[in-house]
Design a protein around this ligand. Structure first.
Ligand SMILES: NC(=O)c1ccc[n+]([C@@H]2O[C@H](COP(=O)([O-])OP(=O)(O)OC[C@H]3O[C@@H](n4cnc5c(N)ncnc54)[C@H](O)[C@@H]3O)[C@@H](O)[C@H]2O)c1
Length: 323
């Protein structure tokens, strides 16, 4: 592990399931050295254990004031406990932003002092809140990662302001480590590479997390972002459909996805592919967030402002994709 002084100082916004998976996974790696599920053990000289949490923001009274490592187990979070030994983070969760009031943005910017990277992991479908936090991070001189489907890095004016301030801006919407988007995209690409013709395709996603509950009940920006992840503006345009997301509480932190692909092969004969995928959704996010954090820190430290292109494979909707 790097000396304390070189470790990445991260602030998290939203103390939900994804932050629980991230905080616990780092603790497990530190305690046991396990490299299971880790894509890049070392990225630009930074190990998985070289990430320290220095601030956290939430809106629910049950979490505000608690140590981060206690708050991650408060309902409605339902990601399981990974390790019986989780030392306190030494970081008390603070009250987050609920609007874009300039005084509140200033307060949060003050609370972000010392953070190098802000990981934005609040619910998707609230673009104004996302931009208010991005504004606070900009004022605090921190890099910003937008893991939600709301347009932040796809806002050219905001991206220009980050670049002018010498700060990295990463987003939008993380692509889970081994989730529906990457598996579906890989299958569609394989079909094309092998010379088959896509007839139709669909994706069904069911989950039992708060994220799913939020996405099915509030209007959001997820649908377009999921299409962006498939590159559906290319040859698959108009042939891929997304079923509305389904919230099934008994699935808890599991996501169950069904991918169907209908195609034609030699002699116009039919080919049908059906895949069922079952994953812990927050783990898929944490496995990518650990890399996005290190990419952001490295870009900040190497004075590479704006959007770092190496983040693209980890995102559904990088700058330039439709909003
Ligand atoms: N595989 C994945 O899980 C995945 C993939 C892509 C994107 N995402 C996105 O990542 C984000 C986080 O996912 P999650 O499963 O942790 O969601 P979650 O609902 O478990 O956590 C979000 C947390 O943010 C809190 N919050 C709400 N408003 C806030 C505010 N104004 N300030 C601070 N906190 C606030 C909520 O109370 C909740 O605790 C979501 O936007 C989700 O769509 C997740």
């Amino acid at each position: 592990m790097a000396p304390m002084s070189q470790r990445v100082k991260v602030a998290v916004v939203g103390v939900g399931n994804n932050v629980s998976a991230l905080v616990q996974g780092i603790a497990l790696h530190r305690a046991t050295g396990s490299l299971v599920g880790i894509r890049r053990p070392v990225l630009d000289g930074l190990g998985v254990g070289d990430v320290d949490f220095v601030a956290a923001f939430a809106v629910s009274p049950e979490k505000i004031g608690s140590d981060l490592c206690e708050a991650i187990f408060r309902p409605p979070n339902n990601f399981p406990r990974l390790t019986s030994e989780l030392p306190p983070a030494g970081v008390a969760v603070r009250r987050g932003l609920t609007g874009s009031d300039p005084g509140e943005v200033e307060r949060v910017a003050g609370d972000l002092a010392g953070a190098e990277v802000v990981l934005y992991a609040a619910p998707s479908g609230r673009p104004e809140t996302a931009r208010a936090y991005a504004e606070a991070a900009l004022r605090a001189g921190a890099a910003f990662i937008n893991t939600t489907s709301d347009a932040v890095a796809r806002d050219p004016r905001l991206l220009d302001r980050y670049a002018a301030a010498g700060l990295p801006l990463l987003g939008d919407d993380l692509a889970s480590q081994f989730g529906t988007s990457v598996v579906h995209h890989a299958l569609l690409r394989l079909l094309e590479e092998r010379g088959l013709t896509l007839t139709s395709s669909y994706q069904v996603n069911l989950g039992g997390t708060e994220d799913f509950r939020n996405l099915v009940t509030s209007s959001n920006t997820k649908h377009q972002s999921k299409l962006n992840a498939l590159g559906a503006d290319g040859s698959a345009a108009g042939r891929v459909e997304m079923a509305p997301l389904g919230y099934l509480p008994h699935l808890a932190s599991h996501k169950v996805a069904h991918i169907n692909i209908e195609a034609q092969a030699w002699g116009e004969t039919s080919v049908s592919v059906d895949v069922k995928l079952k994953v812990h959704d927050p783990s898929g996010a944490a496995g990518v967030n650990i890399d996005l954090i290190r990419i952001a820190a490295s870009a900040l430290r190497q004075h590479r402002p704006g959007y770092p292109a190496e983040a693209t494979p980890l995102l559904k909707s990088p700058p330039g994709t439709p909003v």
